[in-house]
Design a protein. Sequence first.
Length: 466
Amino acid sequence: MAVTYLFYELQKRFKVSEQLYRVMPTVLVAQDVPSPNEITEAWVITHDWIINRAILDDSFRPALAYISQKNVGDDFAIRELRKNLRSQRQTVEALKVELAQLNSEADNRYAVLEDTIQQRIRQEQNKESDNIWDSVGEFFGAANPTPEAAKAREMAARDAQSYAADKAQKMSLNLQREMNTLQSVTADYTKAMQDHLDKLTMVERLLLHIKENILYYMQAIWELEPADQRYMRLMNIDVPQFEITNMDCVINQQAENDIFKLFRNPGETLHKAWVSPIIEQRPPKPLVEVADLDSILGFRGNYMVFPMKQHNAITEIMAMPYVDASFGAMDPDQLSNVSLEDYARYVCCLREELSTNAFNALKETLKGWLTMLLADPLRNSDEIIVPTSSLYIEMLLSANTLLEDFKLFHREWDVYKVQGEVRLQALEDLRISKRILEDKLEDPKIDKKILVEGGVATSLDVHDTN
């Protein structure tokens, strides 16, 4: 009963019960925000349709499309190209080794062919000269083939050398084809990797952009969350509950300076009060009993803002300074509720609606109001209009300059250059004046003068510089 009585007395003194509940407070529900290391390509794919709607710059759309559509396919294609490239390189290396062996074999066959030809030549020479040393060799059993046998060995060696050379040539052609294929595969792989790396750079740029503007994109994700899904996700969150068990109120007996006293009912005055409540915590309630989860008001950072269904002890105390018995919701700073434009319109209306005597009776109050408005350094909606024809801007020189040393030296040299040009022009003016005094009226700026005396020149080259 004591709690009810004290709170009833507070309502009766301030007459704020009805006005207080017209100002319904809000509750802010914190939402999880992914850390930078959690914002990956998989996270972007999960929310790509929302990011596509809310993206801040169209330059990020190609990267977003690449992540959601072609990323996996490109990885597979690059892996296959890399596999083909490695296989082709192995084939080329094996063919190079085999070609080297065939070339070595062809060289050996050619050496055998040369030796066989030399033997046949010797046999032919021996046959013609009937060399006695050959007969002696035959007598002792030395190998001394006949010319026919030598010819047969030569033909066999020539066939073997020709076969080895043909085989080496075919292997060389095969190697050339495989090397051309390797070059083609390498070009395809290089092009695919270049495109892939360029797109990966675009993806990293997109991920960095999302990390730097994560609250913006998270708010877009939360806003497009289905209402029923949001309701089921938040409904069972525990909300701490408090209750005012005792509250003392101290009221300043001296009335405050009230610029709106003309608008109050007779007998109502503005006073300053101090409240000292005693608050006890009660068992928590689910969020669905505290907030209207079907009416999201907006976002503040990573907080969802919902209207509360009814006041509690904390919100009542927080709302008291912003509730006025005569005007309802009102800023405690009286000057923030009115601007000079509002004041001017109000005075004009009073001038038109009231009689002269009634208006003169309000002049002192209006003057005090205007004095307070003009003395406020942070007036509400204050604008200053400066006529363009009366606007003058003057730059005050400082002891420090923003120019670089090179610019400063260059400006100094420009001054010396202009001074020299002025002196040169003054000397030129004196020279021209002297010529006039000596009756020399020719143009002093003539670069070339040709004087012809005696005889008649049929042709004259004026461009002759000799």
